[in-house]
Structures are given as structure tokens and as C-alpha cells.
Ligand binder design. Structure first.
Ligand SMILES: Cc1cc2nc3c(=O)[nH]c(=O)nc-3n(C[C@H](O)[C@H](O)[C@H](O)COP(=O)(O)OP(=O)(O)OC[C@H]3O[C@@H](n4cnc5c(N)ncnc54)[C@H](O)[C@@H]3O)c2cc1C
Length: 340
């Protein structure tokens, strides 16, 4: 089967490695230069262990991270600098870097039969039996295929930070009186935190200033104190307005969505990449078992994967908060920005 992977983030790269292990050589197209990534606080949940074990990078990453909730020789998750994860997965993997999937080619029956990629030397047409959209939450490939994306705005804003100082523990999190949440995670080179806050826009959310943010975080989540104290500029604090993503249909003849292009979970779950890597694992096996029939591979993929992914989507704590938004008030000292 000729497979084109549109997007070489964590999920597309994992799929590339898993397919090659099954004797299928996909074309991986990534718009960014090799080795580039957006730094972020990152925990690899247990959902991603099996695919990374199979491609031989889990054992290498484990000692680079800090375990969360260790259990015997394993842990519920491991906090690791995200660049190390991307570097380990992409090593020795042929990728068409600095190329963007700009167009999908469709046959008269609507089946996707290839892509047009744009790169430094112009356009190249790549025929395919199956395009796998791994191009992230705002997937253009999904949009070009006409597959529906349902975005649900969370009722809250989010304040987050990253510092180069590790905290005393790898992870801590608490829920507040209004159902909001505050958390931190820490890897050997730094730490990061997040909390829900009023949906007031960046200017109002950051207006109380860095010292007030540090004081609030250390008071509500004492384990984060050392990491948050390591902040030296308000530029290291970010306000955003998170959204959840679900896609009712995961495939159309000739194209399938996996990873963040198919689903995105709430900020406190820390599961999006692990679920995406699990998607890649299931799809690689579905393709290997249906080498001459892309539609059968996609149908098998959905049959295996929906019972795993759909319950996570339905039970996302962010989705529960949408249902009860505005019913409860923050507790004393919890509201952000602080009243008055
Ligand atoms: C702030 C933040 C914190 C997070 N924390 C966690 C966490 O703790 N744990 C966790 O499991 N997950 C976390 N996530 C989610 C996690 O980063 C993603 O699930 C993970 O990156 C896998 O996504 P992906 O490969 O499907 O998509 P992406 O990582 O978005 O990769 C998509 C790739 O496609 C490329 N691309 C886009 N368009 C095109 C195109 N037209 N042609 C070619 N290439 C294209 C992009 O350049 C990119 O490299 C976090 C996300 C954010 C934003």
C-alpha cells in the first residue's frame, strides 16, 4: 500500500516508524525543518508506552524523564523534555522536511488518490492508496477532505508557564471549589504549570503581574513553588482559551485522521499524544493486515480504536465542566484574576 503521512509531529513520526517495522515505506511530509518543535511542558502517558516500546525508544526516554505515580518498574506517566521525544522518534527516519501538503487529489468518485506537496523546489505530486492526516488540531488536510471537526470551547481561560527550574515533585494537581483545576509538572531540565481562570483575555489575566502569579501558584500548589519561583519574566506566562476537538467520522475513502487531527483532550488530561501514538499503533497493524485494501484497513482501524478513544472523549473532565459551567463560585483566594 502506498501511504502518505501528512505531518511529521509525534504521531506522524511514530506511525512512520511502526509502518516501516511492518515492511511498508510511507512518504512522510513535514512542513517544518528537521529538529524543530515548540517547547512545552510535557508528560507521556502510559497510553503511549506500547508503540514507543515497539519502535525501541521508550527505554531510551525513560531515564531522561521523571516518573509520575511510579508503580513497580513502570509509572502512570513520565515527564520528559518534549524535544528529546521528537528527536528519539525521528532518528534515522526518512522525512520530506520543509514540504507542506497543499492539495488533495481526488478521483471522479471522490476517493483521495494522492497529494500535492509544496517545497523549496516547487510542487510535487505524490500518488497514494491512503493519506493519513497527522497535521494537528487545525488540520488543513482534514478540512480539504471535507471531514467534519467539532470544536467545543471550554468555559474557562487557561494560564500556563514554563521555567528552566525543576520543582520538588514531578507532578501535582488540585481541583478548586468551582470545579476549576491547577497543576504543575516537572522534568529534569525545568517545570511548567497550568490553571483554569476566568475567560477574560490575555491582558486582564496577566495584569496582576509576575509576583502575584508566583504567590498564587505556590500558595495553591506548594509542590510547584521551586519551579514557579524560577520564572523571571511575565513573557514566560501565557493565557489561552482551550478547546476540545472531536471528529465524528475518522475516514473517507483514501484518507484517515489520527492523533490531534482526529481528537484533542482537555488541558489537565495529559493524554493527547499517548492516545495519538496508540492510534498510530492500531492503524499500522490494520494496514499490515489489509495491505491491498485501504478501505478495509480504515474500517478495521475504526472497529478497534473507537472503543478506546470515544470513552476518553465522552469522559473528558473539560466536557463535564461545560455542562456545569457557572454553577459554583471559586473558593477564597482561588479566583483568577483576583477580584478588585
Ligand atoms: C501546550 C501544550 C501542552 C501539551 N501537553 C501534553 C502533555 O503533557 N501530554 C500529552 O500527551 N500531550 C500534550 N499535548 C498534546 C501533544 O502535544 C500532541 O498530542 C502531540 O504533539 C501529538 O500531536 P500530532 O502529531 O497529532 O500533531 P502535532 O504535534 O500538532 O503535529 C502536527 C505536525 O504536522 C505538521 N503540519 C501541519 N500542517 C502540515 C501540512 N499541511 N503539511 C505538512 N505538515 C504539516 C506540523 O508542522 C506538525 O509538525 C500538549 C499540547 C500543547 C499545545
Amino acid at each position: 500500500m502506498d501511504v502518505v503521512i501528512a505531518g511529521g509531529g509525534m504521531v506522524g513520526l511514530t506511525l512512520g516508524r511502526l509502518l516501516r517495522a511492518r515492511g511498508i515505506e510511507p512518504v512522510i511530509i513535514e512542513r517544518m525543518p528537521a529538529g524543530s518543535y515548540i517547547p512545552r511542558g510535557y508528560m507521556l502517558g502510559f497510553q503511549g508506552y506500547e508503540p514507543l516500546k515497539e519502535i525501541g525508544v521508550l527505554d531510551e526516554l525513560w531515564p531522561e524523564g521523571r516518573e509520575i505515580a511510579p508503580q513497580g518498574t513502570s509509572a502512570v506517566a513520565v515527564c520528559v523534555e518534549v524535544g528529546k521525544v521528537i528527536h528519539a522518534i525521528s532518528r534515522d527516519l526518512p522525512v520530506m522536511y520543509e514540504h507542506s501538503v497543499a492539495e488533495l487529489i481526488a478521483g471522479p468518485d471522490g476517493r483521495i488518490t494522492g497529494v500535492v506537496a509544496q517545497g523549496p523546489d516547487g510542487e510535487v505530486t505524490i500518488p497514494s492508496d491512503l493519506v493519513v492526516a497527522c497535521d494537528g488540531v487545525r488540520s488543513r488536510v482534514r478540512e480539504m477532505a471535507g471531514l467534519t471537526a467539532v470544536f467545543d470551547r471550554l468555559p474557562e481561560g487557561e494560564l500556563s508557564w514554563m521555567s528552566t527550574t525543576p520543582s520538588d515533585t514531578s507532578f501535582s494537581m488540585a481541583y478548586m471549589a468551582d470545579g476549576g483545576h491547577i497543576g504543575h509538572l516537572s522534568w529534569p531540565q525545568g517545570s511548567g504549570g497550568w490553571r483554569s481562570c476566568a475567560r477574560v483575555g490575555a491582558e486582564a489575566a496577566l495584569a496582576p503581574g509576575l509576583d502575584a502569579i508566583k504567590e498564587m501558584w505556590a500558595r495553591l500548589l506548594p509542590d510547584s513553588r521551586r519551579g514557579v519561583d524560577g520564572l523571571d519574566s511575565i513573557e514566560q506566562v501565557r493565557y489561552s482559551e482551550p478547546e476540545l476537538l472531536t471528529t465524528p467520522e475518522w475516514w473517507h475513502p483514501g484518507i484517515v485522521l489520527i492523533g490531534d487531527s482526529a481528537h484533542f483532550f482537555g488541558p489537565e488530561t495529559g493524554i493527547s499524544s499517548g492516545i495519538g501514538m496508540g492510534d498510530a499503533h492500531a492503524l499500522s497493524e490494520a494496514i499490515a493486515q489489509n495491505r491491498n485494501d485501504a478501505d478495509a484497513a480504515c474500517a478495521a482501524y475504526v472497529t478497534w480504536r473507537a472503543p478506546v478513544v470515544r470513552p476518553y472523549e465522552a469522559m473528558d473532565p473539560g466536557r463535564q465542566r461545560i455542562l456545569v459551567a457557572g454553577r459554583q463560585e471559586p473558593g477564597p483566594g482561588e479566583a483568577w484574576p483576583p477580584p478588585g
